[in-house]
Structure formats: C-alpha cells, structure tokens
Ligand binder design. Structure first.
Ligand code: KIV
Ligand code: ZN
Length: 496
C-alpha cells in the first residue's frame, strides 16, 4: 500500500505558540517519544533562530537516529549554513527552506519582486542541497499565492534539487476544494514533479486544518505536516493524531499506510500536555478527556451491548486501556496507579506514580527544592511557612495572603527574591477520581521577562501548585545558566 509520510513540527511550529516553549531537555524527551510514535520526520527547531535552538536541533540530530531530523531555514545563506551545521551529526538530515510567495507577503513583508523571489528560492535550495543533500522547500502562504506563480516557484525549487515541496496554508484560509485544485495544478504543470514528494501543512484558523490536510492527501500529497494536540501559532496546526486516525478509520477514503504506531498516540499527547502545561480541550477529537467517554444512558447502554454502536474506533487503538479498568468515584489512587500501569508505566509506589511525569521532567539541575510547606487558612488571612533548599542551602520564609495559594507563592517569592515573577495562569485539576484525588497544577509565569510553564502533581493541591511554581522557577534558573553559557559559546561559534 502507498505510504503517507508524517512530518511532525511540534518542536518547531508547535513550540512557537504562546505558552508552548520547551526546555532543551523537554524537547529531547518529546523527540524520543515522537520516534517511538513512529513519525517519519521530526522538525526539531529553527537552528538559526537562537543558539539554544541550534544546540537543541544538534542534540536531537545526535541522539534520535531513526527519523529524518529537519530544521527550518529562511532562504538566506546564513540560515542555511547554521541549519547545515546543526544537522551535521544527523543520520539523515533535512533542511526545510521556506520563502513567502504570496503577493501580500512579497510586497509588504519581504518587499521583493516575483523575479527576486524566484532567484532567492533557486539559490537557497542549491546551497542547501550542496551542504546537506535532502531539501524541502515551502512556499509560505501558498494558498494565497497566484497559482501560475506557485507553479513557477515550485519549478525553480525542483530544478535546484528540492525533493520535497510543501504547500502550506500558512494563515488557515483555504477551503478543501482550493487545496485540491492547488495540488492538482502543480502536479499537472510542473515538469519533474513526479519525482518529488508533495506535502501539505495546514493551520487551523477556520477550524479546517485537518480537513484541508486530508484533502491534500486525497489530491496526491504524500507527506503531511502537523503537531501533536494541534498546538501551534494562533489557532494551531493540523493535529497529527486526528489526521492519522481519520486515515486509519476511513481507509475506504484514504487507502494509505503511515508508520505511526497509533497505540502511542495518547502517551505522546499526554507527555506534551505535561511538558507545556496546556491541556487539550475536553471534547478534542482522539486525545480530549471526553473523546471516548459515554455519558448519556442510551449511549452507555448501546456501547455495553455492542461497542461499535457509538464508537467508530476503540480507545485501545490510541493507547487508552479502558476496557477492564473503569475509574469510578470510589476508585481512588489505587485505581489510578493501575491505570498508569496499563498505560505502560511500571511503578513501585503509587504516590510516586502520581508525579511520574513531573519527576522525569525535572532532569535539569534543580536550584530550588521544596522541603516543607505548612499553610493555615480559614476566616483570617492565610499564612504559609515554606522551607526550600536553594543551591543546597536550606532557607525558610513566612508570608500572608488572601488565600492559601497567594500566601504560599508570596513565601516562595521571598526566598527566590532574585527573580521577578509574574504569575499569569494557574489551573488545578483532579487527575484521579474520588475524595483522595491527585491534583495536577499547571501554570504559566513570566520570570525575569520570559514565559515559563510549570507543572506538578500531588494529593494536596496547594503542594502541587507550589511545586509547579518551583518547576517554572527551576526552568528560569536553568535558562539563565544556559544563556550565560550560550553567550560565551556564541562568540566562539559564530564570532559574534
Ligand atoms: O505555516 C507555514 O507556512 C510554516 C512554514 C515555515 C512551513 O510554518
Ligand atoms: Zn506553519
């Protein structure tokens, strides 16, 4: 059966979304999980955008060996040189060169003519082919580009040696019919296109990203780009898990294979949630909390009699083991621990289990460690007493606040007083049912002018929130250290 290649850009386009930035360690963990999931190409970052991105692409290229590792590059020789250097350790690297082609971008953003656009595209692809070999070329804003001009640009890129041509719906504007027409026209008119893999990359501004991606596949695209949970700029990118499951469930329309092990989908989605602190909406297809929940009595009755009455795919097919383990209101932590085990995590202690993800995430140096937390609250102002290790030295502070969380955060702020912290969002949700539920706290904060996320889980929600706060603070402290090191290295690597 013909194959559709899956190109994951969670670590590049996804990571550009507000609140979705990841540390290098988190990116590496995600890259390894994407490898396990079976994606064909991982776009690991935009090497020229910062020294940290450069290093992160390079490390992933060094450690993740099966998939092709791609990095984005503008059509400039500086970007392409950095992309090539970052990909140097890769088993198989790919430079993803992009250049805007729509009139609105050429006139107002790049301020260049169509002739110059053609010249830049050709020169950039030639250079990237010379340095790396495998080159993907993207016509940014393709869906708002004149079709004749797209064909010209694609022809130039193909002649220069691009072996993958991507036609993105950058602003999520296209209708599925337009995607079909665009692909059909390019396939009909561009000489040599039969030796090239056509790719689609759709954004979700009108909620059409997955529909447009599937239209692209139906029209001959043999590579599809997207992100896990659909994270990405504005309304996000096409959600890969939705595309893959649509193809699998509707083989009558999409008789193509992918290399995806669909039973790894849920685990991948969950890891990304923990890393970014951004939960998919509960009713999100495939990975939302309610995607396989049946609430209505009639539906429950139907499913009990025959699952396929209301289920078009099984939860097991995406890695959710629900069949013989129903979490009810009396299940508590024991059932939670069994559920995790069913998901493939072997654990020895159910309390440790609850913080499994969070513990793993903190495999960067932890400057701050919570040692004790005592909060009293009631009718008077809340008072928190916090003990923390800072660089191995015990420090203690007390503070008051309007509530237990405000008091606890204020006490932490007293100890971490060399950071300027502004908390923006805090979500606490139960991740197991019952009165002894484990609470998971996710937050976003600006620390020293940069945005960080923090997550943690604990049976006590104030404790979970304080640990999430420290998780973000530890990332900020680590970022400071990395930045200082990168500045020194930058002058060495690029002679800045
Ligand atoms: O949306 C877009 O056009 C992109 C390109 C850089 C491929 O992300
Ligand atoms: Zn994009």
């Amino acid at each position: 059966m013909e194959r559709v290649l899956v190109f994951d850009t969670t670590l590049r386009d996804g990571e550009q979304a507000p609140g979705c930035s990841m540390t290098p360690v988190e990116k590496m963990r995600m890259a390894k999980q994407l490898d396990t999931l079976g994606v064909d190409i991982i776009e690991a970052g935009f090497a020229a955008s910062s020294p940290a991105d450069f290093e992160s692409v390079r490390e992933i290229a060094r450690e993740v060996r099966r998939p092709v590792i791609a990095t984005l590059a503008r059509a400039t020789s500086g970007d392409i040189e950095k992309a090539a250097a970052a990909l140097e350790p890769a088993r198989q690297g790919r430079v993803h060169v992009f250049l805007a082609t729509s009139e609105i971008h050429l006139q107002h953003k790049l301020r260049i003519s169509q002739e110059e656009c053609l010249e830049r595209a050709g020169a950039a692809v030639e250079q990237a082919v010379r340095l790396v070999g495998e080159v993907e070329f993207s016509c940014e804003d393709a869906t708002r580009t004149d079709l004749d001009f797209i064909c010209q640009v694609v022809e130039v890129a193909v002649k220069a040696g691009a072996r993958i041509i991507n036609l993105p719906d950058t602003v999520g504007y296209a209708h599925p019919d337009e995607i079909r027409t665009m692909l059909a026209t390019v396939r009909q008119r561009v000489p040599g296109i039969e030796d090239v893999v056509l790719s689609v990359h759709c954004h979700n501004d009108l909620g059409l990203a997955v529909a447009n991606s599937l239209a692209g596949i139906a029209a001959g695209a043999r590579q599809v780009e997207g992100t896990i949970n659909g994270i990405g700029e504005r309304a996000g990118n096409a959600a890969l898990e939705e595309i893959v499951m649509a193809m699998r469930t509707r083989r009558d329309h999409f008789p193509y294979d992918t290399g995806i092990d669909t039973t790894e989908i849920y685990r991948t989605s969950r890891l990304l949630t923990v890393v970014t602190g951004i939960h998919p909406q509960p009713n999100k297809a495939i990975v939302g909390k309610n995607a396989f929940a049946h609430e209505a009595g009639i539906h429950q009755d139907g499913v009990l009699k025959h699952r396929m009455t209301y289920e078009i795919m099984t939860p097991e097919s995406v890695g959710l083991q629900m069949s013989n383990l129903v979490l009810g209101k009396h299940s508590g932590r024991h059932a939670l621990s069994q559920r995790y085990r069913a998901l493939g995590y072997e654990l020895t202690d159910e309390d440790l289990l609850a913080i499994l993800h969070h513990g793993c995430m903190e495999d960067f140096p932890r400057r701050y460690k919570l040692r004790h937390l005592q909060v009293s609250c009631g009718s008077a102002a809340a008072v928190a007493d916090v003990g923390m290790e800072v660089d191995g030295v015990m420090q203690e502070a007390m503070a008051e606040g309007d509530g237990p969380l405000a008091a606890a955060f204020a006490a932490v702020n007293r100890i971490a007083s060399d950071h300027v912290i502004e908390l923006h969002e805090l979500t606490i949700q139960a991740i197991s049912p019952g009165g002894d539920a484990v609470g998971e706290a996710s937050l976003q904060a600006t620390i020293d002018g940069k945005t960080f996320t923090g997550t943690a889980a604990a049976p006590d929600i104030v404790n979970a929130a304080v640990r999430a706060y420290l998780n973000a603070l530890n990332k900020a402290a680590h970022a400071r250290t990395l930045e200082a090191a990168a500045l020194e290295q930058a002058s060495y690597v690029w002679g800045v």
